[in-house]
Structure formats: structure tokens, C-alpha cells
Design a protein around this ligand. Structure first.
Ligand code: ATP
Ligand code: MG
Ligand code: MG
Ligand code: MG
Length: 566
């Protein structure tokens, strides 16, 4: 590719709204441009990287026996109503109506659509197991899109779904997806850890996340120095609490004005507490519904969500705490936030309070959140805080000490059991001719997030340093003053043709730019191998080779360039 033919839009200044290095460098190198919050266009060099990652993912999925499909981004609401997730998904799911006023969603994920396909197409156990995947755009109306494509609203995911008659084949496919995810991340040359994870809102029994290690990561993981034990912090916390025999919920349900403990509620109403740590699901009968509607939870642990569900079966989530309830719990008067003495509008969105003039926000799960310094975002917990949460230094497996690292969740695999196949009636006839609900697994990997995660691990103060496997081009040709030197221009053209013919992807800088500008651009864009052509080198029969990663330079004889690069 000639720079004169493509779009090279590098920026000298770091854009002020980009907080983390990958976001800054993707903007500065001209890989992406923001269209609106959480919506990004991929410019030519960025798209080349995205496609490389897609190719690695596709190759490894195919190798693991998964089969590619493609499902629509726009999905009809009735499928989501069948599983109950029309209500469960909340504001993260973007809903729209067509001209006939029928409800649709922009797919945040595709369990419903794939289960619908499988219930129609798969009739017999003989067609199982099957693992279908796609590489497709997802839309999630993230509460706080940030960090560029790392947490976007529209992003590219590879999602795979497997279907089984029995648990034994489910386990085999789960293991093969686990191995495929390891290979994908290893081929990209990234340092990562698979960790045990909670299954969360998606349901199911067994789950791992793949965390690319990075200081900027929004997630934290705990791992043993001497064994395979590794879990994300929520899971580690749950395991540690379980281990100490402590109830995971040492919390008070605040149902103003009379605070009740969970124990009191349990004994009065016979409610069941299903999940703990980050999400609390309170199962209750119809009669106590009203008592749980204005429910707030306060306690030592941060909660992402409080949900109430009916007993016995109908899983209908109730409303989150009302704005009045939250305001009175945190001591904020109408329209302003009392405790810090600021007269600013307080926006309460579900269980999150935001001071809109500062863009700051916090979970409303305890008053102590509100003494923070409002001109910064809520700080991430420190390693010491996290250690406290997971009970000190001892690893739950008894081997080694527990280390805590920050990570970027790039992949997530789940065993879902029969959650979707039962609610959507996806069955096959087993060997005895009896209809049996399918056992299901699902496997997601953030293709666009992987691009950003790779930059977090591969950069220096001059720009991106692409691992060869995902570089937009392998080689750049940087000719010195070729518009003045016929010999330089001729050699540059010859090497460009020869390298291209050898199947090497080359970015040929044929712009009329000063050498300093070219060097800075190529370092920013991060092409691994650079060929510098100048008059003096030609006199000696050489070009200058420079490695982007090591910075080392060496002279290479002109006739050996292609074999040297290969
Ligand atoms: P997160 O915890 O970061 O919100 P998630 O657990 O909601 O992610 P999953 O539902 O497990 O995400 O989706 C599978 C993968 O899709 C994630 O592991 C991640 O790599 C990617 N992904 C999820 N949300 C986003 C997003 N907003 N922007 C980019 N990639 C995303
Ligand atoms: Mg999410
Ligand atoms: Mg997650
Ligand atoms: Mg996840």
C-alpha cells in the first residue's frame, strides 16, 4: 500500500478525552475515529488490524470444529420475551420499533436467535453435538462507554454456541473452546490468564474468563503463585467467603424507614437469597413484592445489581430502588447532593448516581461512596483493598500466595445448562425417541476489544509496537527525499514490488514529507520492520533496517532485503 493511496491521519497531540494508552494511540495513529459516545469508525490501518484478529479467531474456531454462521443484528422482541430477558436486560439493550410498531432489539448477544435456529433445524441427537459461531456486530448501550473500542456501545464479538445431548460432550466442547481461546491469545503474543468466573446474568453453571493482563484493566483477578488457581475478583471473593464459612451476604436490606436484615426478611416472608457478592437475587412470593420494590442494599461489599424475583417459577425482575429512596438513603436533598455541599443536579440511573457536571458516578450501595473527590472518577480499588476482600495472602487452594493483578476481560466461556433450551422449548429426540432439552454452552470473545488490549501490552512513548501476527503491515519502506533522488525512488519502487510479490504486506511511504515526519508516523503506527532507503546507503549497496520493537538498526545488502525480511 502506498501512503499516497490510503488515509494516514496521525495526530501529534494526545486527544484530551482519551484516558488510557490504547485509546490515545488508536486515535493518534489514525486507526479509529469517534462518531458518538461508544461508536467508532475504523479507518484503513485500524481495520487491517481488526481483520487480522478476526482471521486468527476464525482459524482457531474452525480448527476446533466450530462452524461459521451469520445472524441478524436486529432481533424480534418476542424471542427475548420467551426467555424473560426482554425484562432482565434493562437499559443496556437498545430497543426499537419498526413501521408497524413491532418491537425489536439491537442484539447485545445471540443466545435467543441461535436457540430459535437450533430448535427449528435440529431434530435428532444424531445431529449433535454442534458448535455454531459468528463474527458479528453487537450493540450494548453501556452505562459508561469509555476507553475507545475497549468499552464501546457498538463492537465486534465472536460468539459461539454449542448444543449437546449430554453433559459429557458438553465438557469436551467446553475444553476445546478453552484451548482455542488460549491459542488465539497466544498467537497474538499477549500475556493473559484464564480465570474462574461467576456466571452472572447470563445464567448457567460453569464459566471462565480470559483476562489480558494490563494495569489499565477494569477487572481484577486473584491467582496463586504456585498452582493453577486463578479467579476473577468476584469469584475469588465468593470462594474466600465460602471457605471461611461466612455468609456471603453480611448486608442489611434498607427498606426505609425500617431497616431489615436479610435474616429478618427470610424469617418473616420465607424469601430465598440466590446469588451473592455482586448481584443479589431475592426470590419472593407475590405478597412481598411491594416490600421489595423500594429495596436498597447496603453493606460491606459493592453490589452491581439488586434484583427481586417471584417464587416459585416466574422470573420477573422488580424495579430498582426509586430515586426518592436512594436520595434519602444517601442524604441528598432533591436536586442536589448534600454531603459534599455541591449544588449540582444529581442524576440517578438505576442504582447509579451521577453528578452530571463532573461526569463522576458511583454505585449507590452505601453512603461511604459519597465522600470521594468528585472531580475524579470513582477510583479503582487498590491491591490492598482487593487482598482484604479475598482474605489476605493465602491462596484458597492452599498452595502459594495469592497475587492480585489487573486484567482486561477479552473472552468469556460459559456452560449454560438447559436455561435457554427449556424456556424456548429446544429439544431433540434421544436414542429412545424421547424429547430431551438441549444442553448449551456459549463462548464470546471481544474481537475489537482484543485490538485495544494488544496495544495496552505493546507500546512505548513513541507509539504502538505491533506483534507481527496482527500488524497492519509487516514492513514499511521509508525513502529519504525520493522526490529529489531518482536512485532512491527507483530502489524504493523495486523493493516495494519485490516484497509485495513475496506476499509481504508493505506500507510504502511515497509522501513528500521530511524524513523526521515519516519516522515519527511509522513509529506511531507501529509497523514492526522498517526499511530506510537513502543515497549514502545506495552508494554502499545497502538499505538500513530498523526493528520497531528493539530499536536496533543494521545495514542489509540491497539484494538480500527480501530474504532478510522473510
Ligand atoms: P464486561 O464485563 O467488560 O462488561 P461482559 O462480561 O459484559 O464484559 P460478555 O457478555 O462476557 O461481556 O461478552 C463477551 C466478550 O465481549 C467480553 O469478554 C468482551 O471481550 C467483549 N465485550 C463485552 N462488552 C464489550 C464492550 N462494551 N465493548 C467491547 N467489547 C465488549
Ligand atoms: Mg458488560
Ligand atoms: Mg464481565
Ligand atoms: Mg463476561
Amino acid at each position: 500500500m502506498r501512503t499516497s493511496q490510503t488515509l494516514i491521519s496521525t495526530l501529534k497531540e494526545t486527544p484530551s478525552d482519551a484516558e488510557i494508552v490504547s485509546h490515545q494511540l488508536m486515535l493518534r495513529a489514525g486507526m479509529i475515529r469517534k462518531l458518538a459516545a461508544g461508536l467508532y469508525s475504523w479507518l484503513p490501518s485500524g481495520l487491517r488490524v481488526l481483520r487480522k484478529v478476526e482471521t486468527i479467531v476464525r482459524e482457531e474456531m474452525n480448527r476446533a470444529g466450530a462452524v461459521e454462521t451469520l445472524m441478524p443484528v436486529v432481533q424480534p422482541a418476542d424471542l427475548w420475551q420467551e426467555t424473560g430477558r426482554w425484562d432482565d436486560m434493562g437499559a443496556e439493550m437498545l430497543r426499537l420499533k419498526d413501521r408497524h410498531q413491532r418491537d425489536f432489539v439491537l442484539g447485545p448477544t445471540h443466545e435467543e436467535v441461535i436457540t430459535d435456529i437450533v430448535r427449528n433445524e435440529i431434530k435428532s441427537y444424531k445431529q449433535l453435538p454442534i458448535n455454531l459461531y459468528q463474527i458479528q456486530t453487537k450493540f450494548r448501550d453501556e452505562r459508561r462507554p469509555r476507553f475507545g473500542v475497549m468499552r464501546a456501545r457498538e463492537f465486534t464479538m465472536k460468539d459461539a454456541y454449542s448444543f449437546h445431548l449430554d453433559q459429557a460432550t458438553m465438557d469436551v466442547t467446553y475444553q476445546s473452546m478453552y484451548a482455542a481461546y488460549c491459542r488465539i491469545i497466544e498467537r497474538m503474543g499477549l500475556a493473559y490468564r484464564p480465570v474462574l468466573a461467576d456466571t452472572g446474568a447470563i445464567g448457567g453453571s460453569h464459566s471462565h474468563e480470559f483476562q489480558v493482563l494490563a494495569q489499565s484493566g477494569e477487572d481484577a483477578i486473584a491467582y496463586s503463585t504456585e498452582s493453577d488457581y486463578a479467579a476473577n475478583i468476584e469469584k475469588a471473593e465468593a470462594l474466600a467467603l465460602g471457605e471461611r464459612g461466612e455468609p456471603a451476604m453480611a448486608m442489611t436490606l434498607v427498606d426505609t424507614p425500617n431497616a431489615k436484615t436479610i435474616d429478618e426478611l427470610v424469617s418473616q416472608h420465607g424469601i430465598a437469597i440466590e446469588k451473592t457478592v455482586k448481584t443479589l437475587i431475592v426470590k419472593a412470593s407475590d405478597e412481598v413484592e411491594s416490600e421489595l420494590v423500594a429495596l436498597m442494599v447496603r453493606g460491606d461489599h459493592e453490589l452491581n445489581e439488586v434484583k427481586a424475583e417471584h417464587l416459585p417459577q416466574v422470573a420477573k425482575p422488580l424495579e430498582f430502588a426509586t430515586e426518592e429512596a436512594i436520595r434519602s438513603a444517601i442524604g441528598a436533598g432533591p436536586g442536589s447532593l448534600g454531603p459534599v455541599g455541591l449544588e449540582l443536579p444529581l442524576i440517578i440511573d438505576r442504582s447509579v448516581a451521577t453528578l452530571n457536571d463532573f461526569g463522576a458516578g458511583a454505585n449507590v450501595d452505601g453512603q461511604h461512596h459519597f465522600g470521594i473527590n468528585w472531580d475524579r472518577d470513582v477510583p479503582l480499588p487498590t491491591v490492598a483493598d482487593l487482598r482484604n476482600v479475598v482474605a489476605g495472602d493465602a491462596s484458597p487452594c492452599g498452595k502459594g500466595t495469592l497475587e492480585i493483578a489487573r486484567g482486561i476481560e477479552v473472552g468469556h466461556i460459559f456452560q449454560l445448562g438447559t436455561k435457554y433450551s427449556e424456556s424456548m422449548n429446544a429439544t431433540v429426540l434421544n436414542e429412545q425417541g424421547k424429547a430431551t432439552p438441549l444442553i448449551m454452552g456459549c463462548y464470546g470473545i471481544g474481537v475489537s476489544r482484543l485490538v485495544a488490549a494488544a496495544i495496552e501490552q505493546n507500546h512505548d512513548d513513541r507509539g504502538i509496537i505491533w506483534p507481527d501476527a496482527i500488524a497492519p503491515y509487516q514492513v514499511s519502506i521509508i525513502p529519504m527525499n525520493m522526490h529529489k533522488s531518482h536512485r532512491v525512488a527507483e530502489l524504493a519502487e523495486t523493493l516495494y514490488a519485490e516484497l509485495s510479490a513475496a506476499g509481504i504486506e508493505v506500507l510504502f511511504d511515497d509522501r513528500k514529507e521530511r524524513p523526521g515526519v515519516m519516522f515519527a508516523d511509522h513509529e506511531l503506527i507501529g509497523i514492526p520492520h522498517n526499511i530506510v532507503i537513502g543515497e549514502r546507503g545506495i552508494d554502499a549497496g545497502n538499505i538500513e533496517y530498523k526493528s520497531r520493537r528493539s530499536g536496533e538498526k543494521s545495514d542489509v545488502a540491497i539484494e538480500q532485503v527480501v530474504s532478510f525480511i522473510q
